[in-house]
Design a protein around this ligand. Structure first.
Ligand code: GUN
Length: 281
């Protein structure tokens, strides 16, 4: 069975629209893009377009790739102080001369809709309320929609990035799963995936997960996104073969990707409420 992230994302966006519409002012997200990377530009445009779709004001601030770290920090300080800005997102990766950790730590944690500030990373790990990165949040929402309970399940996550693998590890663990987090140095990924009731993979390698690597009726979540030379977009899973063995599987595109967008919008509304505690509807 297909885990249809596209449809769920649209449903979430319809619900958000109804909540956002009566607010005294629209919630505002500012997205910062440094440089000209075409993939990053595509992503940030998708994010600001989705904002518009639900009535959130999405502003894109573009800076040249040679912007200094100091200037970028100044820009973020202005946004931190602006009561009319609810969410701030700095698209990654940043150019090499900029220290990503310094930039992420400069964002007001109450406006950190990406959940990349160490304070939010820590909160999510502790299982207390904070901003969770959008992709892992989207994965959990998709499983929840299909009433796939992770409590007591064996979960294998392939890919240990700060953006996906590590926060997904925390969310799964806090939801009661037993979690294996595999990474680039893991010698035998299949050892972990074969034991897993739920396999989540996001490393950017087409066909990394083949049918022989998963249990019969496993749930397979493909967080990978790869553009082949032919122009076709695929994930990290051999969908054709694995879908015959899995009980549930996400397609690429149309699985986790749209859920990331929906979760970012949810986080922006959450930031609005934090920054407008009197609930000025
Ligand atoms: N680059 C790749 N994924 C993401 C994301 O979720 N947020 C940001 N800010 N940059 C990214």
């Amino acid at each position: 069975m297909i885990l249809d992230g596209k449809t769920l994302s649209l449903k979430i966006q319809e619900n958000l629209k109804a909540v956002v519409h009566p607010l005294r002012r629209p919630p505002k997200l500012v997205v910062i893009l440094v440089g000209e990377d075409p993939a990053s530009l595509l992503y940030v445009e998708m994010k600001t377009k989705a904002c518009k779709n639900v009535g959130i004001s999405g502003e894109l601030l573009k800076f040249p790739s040679d912007i200094s770290q100091e200037r970028l920090l100044d820009e973020i300080a202005v946004l931190n102080a602006d009561m009319g800005v609810d969410g701030i997102l700095v698209q990654l990766p940043l150019p090499e001369h900029i220290d990503t950790a310094v930039i992420l730590e400069s964002i007001d944690p109450t406006k950190d809709v990406d959940g990349f500030h160490p304070l939010n990373v820590g909160k999510i790990q502790c299982g207390v309320d904070g901003f969770s990165p959008a992709t892992p949040l989207g994965v959990m929402a998709l499983l929840d929609e299909y009433t796939i309970d992770v409590k007591g399940k064996n979960v294998a996550i392939i890919g240990a990035s700060n953006i996906v693998g590590k926060p997904l590890f925390s969310l799964m663990l806090n939801a009661g799963a037993t979690v294996s987090l595999c990474h680039i140095l893991t010698q035998d990924i299949a050892l972990y995936t074969k034991q897993a009731d739920i396999v989540c993979v996001g490393v950017g390698k087409p066909n990394l997960i083949t049918a022989d690597m998963i249990k019969q009726d496993a749930v397979v979540i493909d967080i990978g996104i790869n553009r082949l030379d032919s122009g076709v977009v695929v994930g990290d899973v051999d969908f054709e073969a694995v879908s015959k063995k899995a009980s549930f599987i996400t397609p690429v595109p149309g699985g986790v990707g749209p859920m990331t967008i929906a979760s970012l919008l949810r986080n922006t509304l959450k930031a609005y409420y934090i920054n407008n505690p009197k609930g000025d509807e």
